[in-house]
Design a protein around this ligand. Structure first.
Ligand code: PBG
Length: 327
């Protein structure tokens, strides 16, 4: 057979396949999302996310050390407070759970990069991502509280803040308050393209943040929409977002690619709790090979164009990268 172009020639052996590989990954681009909870001595497995735990401030150090040893330098804190109220005051309390975790981690893990999720839903009695006016979330009133939350995180030692609420104008509001208080150098990673997704189910279990009525569809995006995601990303960049995120990752890789083409800032993809839970469940039944699926899933997000990958599998992925199984 006379064929001058044979694609298989470049697949002949692992050395050559690695040489011509188009997608490269390393652990410096991974962020591990971590749940910190009020109390002491807590290492509590999350039932819907086997292998993931809620930690109290006094126990989280063990996990942070394990992450650091594995080559993960960046974590994102989610807080699980004891106390909730209508206005989510625990989110911006000086002795709030995230603020306490930050101060401790800042002291014990000065070489790690600490990011915080900025949102109200874990702190409001109604579970919505902002303050209510009737049954509706009041956008502009919420902005003040989100900005206050971000500032209190920066004051407690956060290196970066990541607003996940999907209120209009939050990036500008946060940027303004941070700048006004001398935190010009704290970057904002905005959850810019965040869809109203059933993939957050296990997280809401983990963080106790499910809305007590209604849903999040008046602020999170309709998953039928694509151009609207570009609008959100561009708007956030215009307001001062340093990094924009697409969330969830797996079912939204088209958006990762499109956002990457549309903006000039780094793009993050968040492989959310439901993605983790599906892989865990499938693997525990013996239906799929966990390690191979985790590698393939991660590679697909990077191939789609993400620069940064948030995943509950960060520690395992760092190991797979080191072992040459991926990257
Ligand atoms: C807070 C927030 C959520 C997630 C990240 N930040 C939940 C939600 O929007 O309901 C989801 C993360 C995950 O599912 O892993 N608003």
């Amino acid at each position: 057979m006379n064929m001058s172009i044979r694609p298989r020639r470049l697949r002949n052996g692992e050395i050559l396949r690695k040489m011509v590989r188009e997608t490269r990954m390393d652990a410096s681009t991974l962020i591990y999302p971590m749940f910190v909870k009020e109390g002491t001595g807590i290492v509590e497995e999350i039932p819907t996310m086997p292998g993931q735990f809620r930690y109290s401030v006094d126990t989280m150090g063990e996990k942070l050390a394990a992450l650091r040893d594995a080559g993960i330098s960046s974590v994102m804190f989610f807080g699980i407070p004891d106390y909730k109220d209508e206005v989510g005051s625990g989110a911006y309390a000086e002795d709030g759970i995230v603020q306490k975790a930050l101060r401790q981690a800042r002291k014990d893990f000065s070489d790690m990069y600490l990011i915080t999720d900025v949102c109200m839903c874990e702190y409001t009695s109604h579970g919505h991502c902002g303050v209510l006016c009737g049954h509706d979330v009041n956008n502009d009133e919420t902005l003040k509280l989100l900005a206050k939350t971000a500032l209190s995180h920066a004051q407690a030692g956060a290196d970066m803040v990541a607003p996940s609420d999907m209120m209009d104008g939050r990036v500008a509001a946060i940027r303004e308050l941070l700048d006004g208080n001398g935190y010009q150098n704290v970057p904002i990673m905005s959850y810019a393209v965040k869809y109203a997704s059933a993939f957050y189910g296990p997280f809401r279990d983990a963080a106790g943040s499910a809305p007590s009525f209604g849903d999040r569809k008046t602020y999170q995006m309709d998953y039928h929409n694509s151009r609207e995601g570009i609008k959100e990303a561009l708007l956030d960049v215009q307001e001062g977002a340093d990094i924009v995120m697409v969330k969830p990752a797996m079912s939204y890789l088209d958006m990762v690619t499109k956002v990457k083409e549309a903006v000039k800032v780094p793009v993050a993809a968040y492989s959310v709790s439901g993605e983790y839970a599906m892989i865990k469940a499938g693997a525990s039944l013996g239906y799929i090979d966990e390690e191979k699926i985790v590698c393939e899933t991660a590679a697909s997000a990077y191939r789609a164009g993400c620069d940064i990958y948030l995943t509950y599998y960060a520690q395992e992925l760092a190991r797979y990268m080191k072992e040459g199984k991926i990257g």
